[in-house]
Ligand binder design. Structure first.
Ligand code: NAI
Ligand code: MG
Length: 398
């Protein structure tokens, strides 16, 4: 195996501790890599006025593969208030560096697998016939378009004249909004392009074919959001017909899908959606398999790929003398990195070890014990972040 270089971006809060834990597991599993630390997050916004310094972008351009912990984002006014005195009033505007990374490197394909771990006390259960308790096995992989749509950032409050004039060319705008003063208007756009919509759909179908999923579900709202959701579904129909006739194409609306989440989650396989609905539906499915401590993700572009847990920086747990948060989401994200670069044997070994620790049930972080997060949870029997990583490492050998 050639030695890899991985860009390690701890970010803020608990990002560093879960990233360290995952690197320990990668090392123990025999993955040979150098990790170059790269700066990202709140500290660099405060000190340099830029949470995503160019040197970090350069490292990723060079090495192509990144592991990312989490960052802290705060609203506009709080961000300005915390800027270094020398940088204040220079017109600097904070924007999320992880969203920035996705856009800079065109990491347009976001993959979020949500699979039930046997024995996880946080698994979703429901009442079935004759009051039987059912624990459906969820095996869903969400493909979320990562760079456009509602998170594309094309938005205005008090839009400029050209935008206002353009809006006035639409009969629905004239009918419903023409008497609203322009300074009282806020507009966020939802732009879908054929190129990127096709890319996310094709990634979803290719994954379904490769891993034997029988269906791909487009989860949007084409009956109401006709142009963008409608375009996505139409393209999906063409791709399915021409390239993947053996895979079923299903169409669900995001609102109904959230309701079906708890009724029949076992029926779904690959799900594909635009940026915001993909974000929503992936958190929904993650909730069925244990929530933020378990939800992993990959952001994949043509050249660069970054792997991250879907949770944030959980600032309230950041300064504990011994960290209590669950590192599994980050370790599982590292496995997605291994899969992406073809190190599937090591990845499978780690995934098996995680599954074993969960099924054994002896080592559980506070979330798995359904405790409220406090520094006292360790005394009450919860495993620390490091103890969970140690348990996974020990299970590698079994
Ligand atoms: P969060 O994901 O940081 O935490 C929410 C709650 O989930 C925590 O208080 C904790 O109870 C639980 N939690 C999170 N990770 C956990 C883990 N590994 N193990 C066990 N429990 C865990 O979301 P929140 O509180 O909304 O945001 C905190 C900060 O993180 C904000 O500044 C937000 O902007 C940022 N954020 C960053 C993301 C990223 O870096 N990709 C994603 C989401 C939020
Ligand atoms: Mg989210």
């Amino acid at each position: 195996m050639t030695k890899r270089t991985v860009v390690a971006m701890p970010g803020d809060g608990i990002g560093g501790v879960v990233l360290d834990a995952s690197i320990r597991v990668l090392d123990a599993a025999g993955f040979k890599a150098d990790y170059v630390q790269a700066d990202i997050g709140w500290e660099f916004w405060k000190k340099e006025g830029n949470p995503l310094p160019q040197r970090t972008l350069d490292l990723l351009t060079e090495h192509k593969i990144g592991l990312f912990g989490a960052i802290t984002s705060k609203p506009k006014d709080a961000a300005n208030a915390e800027l270094d005195e020398n940088l204040k009033d220079k017109g600097l505007v904070y924007s999320s560096p992880i969203v920035g990374l996705r856009q800079y490197f065109d990491l347009d394909v976001c993959t979020r697998p949500c699979r039930t771990y046997k024995g996880n006390p946080l698994n979703f259960i429901r009442r079935g016939q004759k009051d039987a308790i059912e624990e459906p096995v969820v095996d869903v992989v969400i493909f979320r378009q990562n760079t456009e749509g509602l998170y594309g950032g094309v938005e205005w409050s008090n839009p400029p004249a050209q935008v206002y004039d353009a809006l006035k060319t639409h009969p629905k705008f004239v009918q419903n909004f023409s008497d609203v003063p322009v300074e009282e208007l806020s507009v966020s756009t939802r732009i879908f392009t054929k190129k990127y919509t096709s890319r996310i759909l094709k990634a979803a179908f290719a994954y379904a074919e490769k891993y034997g999923y029988k269906s791909v579900t487009v989860c949007e709202k084409p009956n109401v959001i006709r142009e963008t959701s409608g375009m996505m579904f139409k393209l999906a129909q063409e791709i399915q017909k021409n390239e993947y006739p053996e895979i079923e194409l299903w169409n669900t609306n995001i609102d109904a899908q959230m309701m079906w989440l708890t009724k029949n989650p076992e029926n779904y396989g690959v799900i594909v959606a635009g940026n915001m609905f993909g974000d929503i539906v992936s958190d929904g499915f993650a909730g069925l398999i244990g929530g933020l401590g378990f939800a992993c993700s990959a952001n994949i572009g043509e050249d660069v790929a970054v792997f991250e847990p879907t949770h944030g920086s959980a600032p309230k747990y950041a300064d504990y003398p011994e960290s209590i948060v669950n590192p599994i989401a980050m370790i599982a994200s590292a496995c997605m990195m291994l899969d992406h670069i073809g190190e599937t044997k090591i990845s499978d070994r780690i995934k098996k070890a995680i599954a074993k620790v969960i099924e054994d049930g002896k080592v559980k972080t506070y979330d798995m014990m359904k405790m409220t997060g406090k520094s006292t949870v360790l005394d009450a029997g919860a495993a620390s972040t490091d103890e969970m990583a140690d348990a996974v490492i020990e299970a590698l050998g079994e």
